[in-house]
Each structure stands twice: as C-alpha cells, then as structure tokens.
Design a binder for this molecule. Sequence first.
Ligand SMILES: *[C@@H]1O[C@H](CO)[C@@H](O)[C@H](O)[C@H]1NC(C)=O
Ligand SMILES: *[C@@H]1O[C@H](CO)[C@@H](O)[C@H](O)[C@H]1NC(C)=O
Ligand SMILES: *[C@@H]1O[C@H](CO)[C@@H](O)[C@H](O)[C@H]1NC(C)=O
Length: 368
Amino acid sequence: MALLLFLFVLLCFAAAAAESSRSPATSLFVLGDSTVSCSASILPLNLTAPSLPAGPCLFPSARRLLPDHLAAKMGLSPPPLISTLNGTAAAAARGVNFGGQYGDRGMFRMGAVGQQLRLAAETLQLLQLEAGTPQDASAAAAGAVFVLSFGTDAYARLLARGPAEADAAAPKHGRRGLGRLLADRIARAVSELYEADVRRVAVMGVAPLGCAPRVMWEGPRGLGGGRGCVEEANELIEGYNARLAARLDDLRPQLPGAAVVFCDVYKGMMEILSNPRRYGLEETREACCGLGPFKATVGCLSKEMACGAPERHLWWDLYSPTEAVDALVANWSWGSLSSSPPPDSASASGVTMMSICSPMSLQQLAYG
Ligand SMILES: *[C@@H]1O[C@H](CO)[C@@H](O)[C@H](O)[C@H]1NC(C)=O
Ligand SMILES: *[C@@H]1O[C@H](CO)[C@@H](O)[C@H](O)[C@H]1NC(C)=O
Ligand SMILES: *[C@@H]1O[C@H](CO)[C@@H](O)[C@H](O)[C@H]1NC(C)=O
C-alpha cells in the first residue's frame, strides 16, 4: 500500500513536471473533415434528392474555418493543406492541415481518420529526422498542437438519409452505433498520436446538426412547419459528443504527460442559437448560401447564391456555420477562465465569454 502510494506520488510529480515544463506550442496540425478544410465535400455525390453536392466553401477566401482562427490565436499562419506541400520538413515545420479531400465516398469515411493519421505520423517522422539533435526531434513533437475535428460529415451523411435507409446503409452498427464507432476511433487516434510523441491534442465535438438548414428542411415538414430543431438528430449527436468526452476521460490517465482536451462545440453553438441577437445574428434557421426553403434544397454552388450579410446568419450552407460563428466557437475554445472578463463587464458589453473546452482551454493547451 505504502509502495503504491509512493508510486502514485512519484507519478503525480512526474506529470506535474511534464506539465510545467511545456513550452509554448510552435506548430498546429489539423486532422478533420469539412469543418477544417474547404476541400472536403460534405454530401455524398449521389443523393437522389434534388440537391447538389457542395463543399462548405466554394470560395475559400470568403470564409475562414476553425484552423485559420486557431492559428491566428497561436500567432501562426493558417496551416497549409497537405496537398500543397512540397515534401520538405521546412514546409511542414509550422503545421499542416491534413483535413478533407480523401476520395472515398463511403458513407462514414471512417478510413479518413486512419489515412490522415498515417500522413501525420509520416510528417512527424520527417520533422524528427530532419531535426539537428535528438532534443530538437522531441521538441518538434512536443511543440505541436494537434486538433482533431471529425464527425460532422459522418452525421451529415447519416442524417441525409432516412432512418431506415441509414440503418440499412450501416448494417453493422446502425445510426446509434455510429457514435460508438467514431468515438472509439478518435480515442484510438489520440493514443496513436501519443505513441508518436505528440503531447497536446484537442478534440472537437460535433455541432447541433439537428438545427442545420438541411436537416430542418428534411425534418420538420411532417411536424407542422417545424419550429425549433430536429430533436432526434440532436440527440444522436449529443450521444456521440458525450461518448467521445467519456472516452477521452478514460484515456487521460493512460497518457502521462499529455494534455488531451475536449471542446464542446455543441454547447457553444447552442448558446448562440439561444441568444442569437447577443452575437449580432438575425437568422438562425436559413442558410446564407443555397436555394429553396431554409436555403437547403440546393447547397451553395456559386458566389451569386450567397446572401448579402453572412455575418447575420448562423449557417453558411447546408451544414456549415458561417465564419462569424466559427470565430465565436474558436474564441470560446481558446479563452481560458483567467483571461475572460469579469461577469459584470461581460454582460455590460453584451458578450458572454464562455469556456467550452475541458479540462483546459486551447490557450492553456498551447501555452501551458
Ligand atoms: C449515381 O448513382 C447512379 C445509380 O445508382 C449511377 O448510375 C451513377 O453512375 C452514379 N453517379 C455517380 C457520380 O457516382
Ligand atoms: C519547399 O517549401 C518550403 C516552404 O514553403 C520552401 O522554403 C522550400 O524552399 C521548398 N523546397 C523545395 C525543394 O521546393
Ligand atoms: C474573438 O476574440 C478576439 C480577441 O480577443 C476579438 O478581437 C474578436 O472580436 C473575437 N471574435 C468574436 C467573434 O467574438
């Protein structure tokens, strides 16, 4: 018993030493789906519905996504897409965006996680090989912040089909099983990154897609005009987020010296949905870019289809939030309690500073 206690204390010290010896992050690596990359296409190309597939941003310059916002907060340029790199360590040293663009149009694209992980591991190896000394090599991995943002495309695809069809398309796990499968895969990805010496990982949850224009358009027609969001869809996603957070909680004790953060995007989006005017939004149901009811029958295909004031909309297109909303969610992910204004000044300015990541903010993850 005494020995156990001693070992425990020793472990705590080791963990504390590892924590406190972390120096500021020097690079940002991003893995994910259409939430992190304009090159990802969210809908299967072959839906029979009269909708056309569209990536979340046809004109990338018009919208900054989560990695852009986070990179800015870390004082870095947006991580370049892997496809634009030239294979040298120099090009990848400040980070890489591995997101999107992995061909297979299978329903859940579970393979995307593994594919991106392999590329990330190879990139880290390259950085470590090219580092001058072994110290430099371990610093390369230790200075990296990894952000994982999967699940949105998988749920968008799932929700784009009716329940029966979705279950038929996923015979092994059904629509409820997807959450378990995906959460397990992400947790395994975090372990694999740890094996590759990565010590700072942030995992983003999935937004309330039950409120997304496409799901609203498909969902509430039978529900008398559809006030509110499609609860069944949101419940599925909440189940996934909870499962994911729990898996990460289980994982932390097994990864000494690592910081593994879960960011509750769902909670942030719900705050905005509940108090849109507080954040300068006027339209929380209809997309900015698209055609038809909720602007969700046809997705965003051209600049001409976009609304005049995207900053007043919560949703950009079928399933993606606008840049303004991404910026808020990024701020809430970044903000730590210590740097948030006192409650009085927050309410005075009409802006709530909330913290959606635990057990620490991304700022603490990057600088802690
Ligand atoms: C879409 O599906 C139809 C029939 O299922 C098939 O004939 C067609 O080639 C598919 N199109 C694409 C782009 O995959
Ligand atoms: C690769 O890209 C990096 C960063 O953009 C640049 O510094 C380097 O010269 C390039 N190397 C080659 C061989 O093109
Ligand atoms: C996010 O935070 C930055 C810096 O604190 C601030 O300038 C910006 O206005 C915030 N953006 C939003 C959308 O709240």
